[in-house]
Design a protein around this ligand. Structure first.
Ligand SMILES: [Zn+2]
Ligand SMILES: [Zn+2]
Length: 386
């Protein structure tokens, strides 16, 4: 058994022929730049690319396999060097039960199955060539289709104020929309963590995932998980979610929710944080509700199940003093970010960077940095003074 680091929610900005896939994502977020960043810089072992239903993305992947850059694993997933790519698709649901757009993640074992799924989506989607498109089908029909194909079904970033199940403030239970028995896990999203999500009793039975939802290469692995598996593959990941044959999620590494864009409730007009119903600064009443307040509304239990540890990690790019030059010095020396964040001792770090930065990295990995809270679409910040 091995420990592997995985981030299952990465978008594609452009195909190899430069066609847009995720329009809001960076132009330079292509299949090859993702593979390079995830493997060489971040040091991940497994990634999920979440726009694989797009026919041009499937063609690009088939081409990579044809020319021998990657090969399909018997256990599902495509292997590129040391990295396993899992085929995924993010879909927007808006059926009569959910009263608003909700994002879900679908993962399938191989290219043939993804091709079949893509064809099934064509009749139910306006534009199959783009990311996170709305499906004109109810959620449970989609769930049954995914299960028929041997796939995984995972509601995405469940607390963000837009396009998520709990975040929009209208749904109070997964049951209102989904068949819970056909849900394999839920994705927490950047502004929540295990402790917050476990305030909701119905989530206790479901594994939690922490993924980056990266729209550009630097954001890959800002959240990820450590899995205990035999080898990085689709079926092994599935076993880890089901907790069978000693496969399991070891730890979730997520941003401190206070660093997330939607932690605090803020005024939609002037963006100051608001406690209560009205903004103290401009008297505005249109508020963007933070995840922290939303979870308080949803709270249904005070007991907590046993869970993998949740580490409030701070990605290296958030740490003050680590600019591109310092980061490349660290990478030259330690190989990749997983080595810098998890394997190098503070003393070793201090041979490459100042002792102050080495100390900040160490505080970051222990979740001990001081955070200025984020909200209303603005990220939080790390404070430098200790
Ligand atoms: Zn989404
Ligand atoms: Zn996404």
């Amino acid at each position: 058994m091995i420990d592997c680091y995985a981030d299952f929610h990465i978008h594609i900005g452009r195909t190899s022929s430069y066609k847009p896939v995720k329009i809001t994502a960076s132009d330079s977020l292509t299949l090859s730049s993702i593979l390079d960043e995830a493997s060489n810089r971040k040091g991940l072992d497994m990634i999920g690319i979440i726009d694989c239903h797009v026919p041009e993305v499937i063609a690009d992947l088939e081409n990579e396999v044809r020319v021998g850059n990657g090969y399909e694993l018997d256990d599902g997933g495509i292997r590129f060097g040391d990295l396993t790519l899992i085929l995924g698709s993010e879909i927007e649901i808006y059926d009569e039960n959910c009263k608003g757009p909700i994002h879900v993640l679908v993962y399938l074992p191989d290219l043939i199955t993804m091709k079949h799924f893509s064809e099934w989506l064509i009749g139910r989607m306006t534009n199959i060539h783009l990311s996170s498109q709305r499906i004109y089908e109810d959620a449970q029909t989609l769930q049954r289709k995914v299960k028929e194909l041997g796939g995984l079904f995972i509601p995405a970033h469940i607390f963000t104020p837009f396009k998520s199940l709990f975040g929009r403030g209208v749904s109070y239970s997964l049951k209102e929309v989904f068949d819970i028995s056909l849900i394999d896990a839920v994705e927490l999203g950047l502004s929540s963590n295990t402790m917050m999500a476990d305030e909701i009793a119905e989530l206790h039975a479901l594994p939690f995932l922490t993924n980056s939802d990266a729209h550009s290469t630097p954001k890959i692995a800002r959240e990820y998980q450590q899995l205990k598996v035999k080898t990085p593959s689709f079926q092994e990941w599935k076993k880890a979610l089901m907790n069978v044959d000693e496969r399991h999620i070891v730890r979730n590494y997520g941003l401190d929710p206070e660093l997330g864009k939607y932690f605090e409730t803020v005024c939609a007009k002037c963006e100051t944080s608001v406690h209560g119903r009205e903004c103290q600064t401009c008297k505005g009443t249109k508020l963007i509700k933070g995840v922290s307040n939303r979870i308080k509304e949803l709270r249904s239990t005070t007991t907590k199940p046993m869970r993998p540890e949740y580490i409030h990690h701070v990605p290296l790019e958030y740490i003050p003093g680590i600019g591109p030059k310092t980061l490349s010095r660290l990478l030259d020396h330690f190989g990749n970010e997983m080595n810098i964040l998890h394997r190098a001792k503070e003393k070793e770090l201090a041979t490459v960077v100042s002792s102050k930065i080495a100390r900040l990295i160490n505080l970051a990995r222990n979740g001990e940095l001081t955070i200025e809270k984020g909200g209303g679409g603005k990220y939080g910040k790390v404070r430098t003074e200790e």
